[in-house]
Structures are given as C-alpha cells and as structure tokens.
Design a protein around this ligand. Structure first.
Ligand code: PLZ
Length: 445
C-alpha cells in the first residue's frame, strides 16, 4: 500500500484543482450524473482517498460498498496487472477462458448452501438482478415478482420497477416493467404494529397481500436485500427472511437474495443471509466481488440456472477476463486477511462510538446495521419524523473535514458507514471523531 494512512487537509475540500475539474465536468458530463463529494481522486488505498489538491480523506464509503478489500488492494493489483498484459477481452461466449470458470467455482463454494450451484457473470448489479428475474421466470413458467418497500435493485427498466424510491431513481423514467408487486418491509424502527412481533406481522402482510393481489401460483420470484442498502440499512428482524424462504419453497417460487451491497464480508459473514442460515435459490452479487472492477453474478441452484435455453444468458463483456482476475484477487484478500472477522471488529467500534453519540444527540433515533455496514437514522427529537436536512448538513460538514460519508434512506435521513475493511482502527476512530465534531458544529452545541 503506497498511500500514507493519515488524514491531511492542505486546501478546502474541494480544493482549487477539484473545482477546476468540476467546471470541466459541468461542461462535458450530463447533469443527471451527480457527484456527492466533488473532490477529484487521484489515488486511494487502505482507509484513505487522495484528491487532486493533495488532500487525504478518510474513506467511510468504499465507493458505495465496492472496495471492501481496500482500494487497489495488493492481490487485486497483482492479478489484474498480470491478466491485462495477457489479453483484455475475447468475449466468454466467443473464446472462453479459465478465470470466468474459476470465479463461478469460487461463487459456488462461498455462497450459502451446499447444493449444486452454477453462475452466470455480468457487468453491473442491475444487470445481475435483471438476469435473476429472467432465470426465475423461465424456471417457474410464471411472471409475477414480489419486492419490498425501501428496496433498491438498480436503474435499468426492470430494476427501476423493483426499486422503491421515486426521486431520483425513477422520476419521469416510466413506464416501468409490469407484473411487479411491492409489499411492506419488516422495518423494525418504523413498524406501525407490535414492536415485538415485526417479523410475524410483516410476514403475515406479505402472505395476505400475495394471496389477495397476486395469487401464490403466479409468483415467479420474491426478491429482497437481506439488509437493505440504499433504503437505509434496514435490517429485518430475525425470522423474517427464513419465513420468506420457506414460503417460496412451499409455493414453488424462487427466493432471490440481492446481496449486491451486503455481500462479500461486508456484514461479517460471506453473505448477509449466512447470519440466519438462510439459503436463497438465487443470489445476486456485484460491488465487493471484484475490488472495484465491474463484475456481477447470478449464482443459484444448478437446476434453476440450467432451466434457461442455451444462448439465453450472456452479453459482450459479462465476466471480462480482467474483472475476473480482480475478483479472484479480491477473494484472495478476503480469505487471507479474514475480512469477516475484521468487519465484526469494525461493527464493535461503530456500535460503541455511535451509542455514545446517540446518548448526547436525541436526533439519532436508531443505530443499526451489521459488520462494516452500519447506519444511524436521524429524526426530530422526541419524534420519528425524518430529518433529512440535518442529515445533509452533517454529511456536508463531514466532507469539509475530510471524511467521505454517504447518506441513504427513503426519507434521506440515514447516515451510512461503509468503510473499506482495510482501514486502520486509528482512522476509524478519527473518522468517528469527525462525525462527532460535525454533529456538534451543525447542532451548535
Ligand atoms: N442491488 C442491493 O445496492 C447498487 C447504487 C448507486 P449497480 N447500489 C448503489 C446509485 O445511485 O446508482 C445496487 C444495490 C443493490 C442492486 C444495485 C445495482 O447495482 O452495479 O449500480 O447496477
């Protein structure tokens, strides 16, 4: 790792060079493509990203849960460098190569369940989700798909239909794909019923809504993020996911776990489903799978994956050889550094520090998450009314102090923390100190 593991601000953030680049961006990049923290990055590694002005920022975002093994992680760089010098592309459907097969073998080994599994590789999370739905529809001969409130599954047409939030993801982009049905999420903090029976009540609503509005025998798939990402790191209570998986088994539907954000050591297990021993029929992965290179996968029961006719799955770039090399490097990093254990250590640090922060700030209504996927939900004190303005202001204050943090949530009031697992304890604590300072500054206390 060449990047010095130290926060350092030498200009305002963003500094003059970044502002110059931002002006060029404004002139040449579509406005629809936003930037959360417009400090332009030139180098990154460990827990630090370095911008064009030489500022060293602490990274609590991992490029939205992608560089879980750290930016430019050694095994990723080594394997990518070696691969890119040999060949850059052949298209696996034209001239295949070993890396693709090796990634599929690793996925079969690492994903939940010890049944025979197969995979197909794609470029982005959204593409993986689309393909999981295609596979489920062919395998079941049914078309209905059930998804959840606060879900995020992508920005393509079918995945927009599955994504819950209108602004900014869907607004004006319709009409959307049909035969998609949305049901309430088991969201403990905001569940309107009995707080001790969220899993039972949410499952009862799922069952009843599907019966009344869809028909059990019409359901091709139920798709859920085992911990919801963009929706605000919503962790369903124990028992909810196993009930859904059982319902799918009982009703001939495919249970799809979208682990694109929660997968690959992020939550302290290989996959968030592992926490309760839930075995999905299909699992979608992306982001953390390849340490920053674009790769995604659908992995699942061999008989489901093989239900699709020959030639029915593919794409020019899916499973690109350099991206596959990156995935093998990322998995090597995860195994050799026991990153699941590291994610659990990071959770312990966050829980302690966020608990202390919440004791001083009644605006923190909820602390939740698992592993290195933690969040706080901000509300008006004494209520559960979302405070998106405060969330935005604290995030902005953090950015100015040299901390990369992201927000999330249907109501824009969730502060989420996704540090790379290669970050040091020192930088974690310093980042948490900055959050503390930012709260104090914004709340004037
Ligand atoms: N499923 C669970 O989290 C991507 C989106 C960022 P792609 N989440 C980050 C943004 O604003 O576009 C995501 C996810 C889950 C699917 C996806 C989609 O993955 O690789 O962005 O297509």
């Amino acid at each position: 790792m060449t990047v010095e593991q130290r926060r350092a601000l030498v200009t305002a953030v963003p500094g003059p060079k970044s502002l110059e680049l931002a002006a060029r961006k404004a002139a040449s990049v579509a406005n629809g493509v936003g930037t959360i923290l417009p400090a332009y990055i030139v180098e990154a590694g460990g827990g630090i990203v370095v911008d064009a002005d030489g500022n060293q920022l602490i990274d609590f975002g991992s490029g939205i849960a992608v560089t879980t093994v750290g930016n430019a992680a050694p095994a990723v760089v080594r394997r990518v460098t070696e691969a890119v010098q040999r060949f850059t592309h052949t298209c696996f459907m034209v001239n295949p190569y070993e890396g693709y097969v090796e990634v599929a073998e690793q996925l079969a080994e690492l994903t939940p369940g010890d049944h025979p599994k197969k995979s197909a590789l794609f470029n982005s999370g959204a593409e993986a989700v689309e393909n999981a739905i295609k596979i489920a529809r062919v395998a079941t001969g049914r078309s209905a798909v059930v998804c959840f409130d606060h879900a995020y599954h992508g920005r393509t047409n079918l995945t927009m239909a599955l994504t819950a939030k209108d602004m900014p993801y869907k607004h004006g982009f319709g009409p959307f794909a049909s035969d998609i049905y949305r049901v309430p999420m088991a969201y403990p903090y905001r569940w309107p019923g009995d707080p001790d029976a969220v899993a039972e009540e949410a499952f009862a609503q799922f069952e009843s809504l599907v019966h009344v509005q869809v028909g059990e025998d019409q359901v091709a798939a139920v798709i859920i993020e085992p911990i919801q990402g963009e929706g605000g790191f919503i962790v369903p209570p124990e028992g909810f996911l196993p009930r859904l998986a059982q319902w799918c088994r009982d009703n001939g539907a495919v249970f799809i776990a979208d682990e694109i954000q929660s997968g690959f050591c992020r939550t302290g297990d290989w996959f968030a489903c592992d926490h309760e021993g839930v075995v999905p029929d299909l699992i979608t992965t992306a982001k953390g799978i390849a340490g920053g290179l674009p790769l995604a996968a659908v992995t699942g029961r061999a008989e489901l994956m093989d239900a699709v006719h020959a030639g029915g799955l593919g794409g020019t770039y899916g499973g690109n050889p350099v991206a596959c090399a990156a995935a093998l490097g990322a998995i090597e990093e995860m195994r050799s550094n026991d990153l699941n254990a590291r994610a659990r250590e990071i959770e312990a640090i966050f829980r302690t520090r966020l608990g202390q922060l919440a004791a001083r700030h009644p605006q923190i209504g909820d602390i939740r998450g698992r592993g290195a996927m933690m969040a706080v939900e901000l509300v008006l004190p004494g209520t559960k009314q979302p405070d998106a303005a405060l969330t935005g202001a604290v995030a902005k204050a953090c950015h100015a102090k040299g901390l990369v943090v992201l927000t999330a949530g249907s109501f824009g009031n969730v502060f989420r923390f996704l540090p790379p697992l290669s970050i040091s304890d020192e930088l974690l604590h310093e980042g948490l100190d900055l959050i503390d300072d930012a709260f104090a500054e914004v709340l004037h206390d």
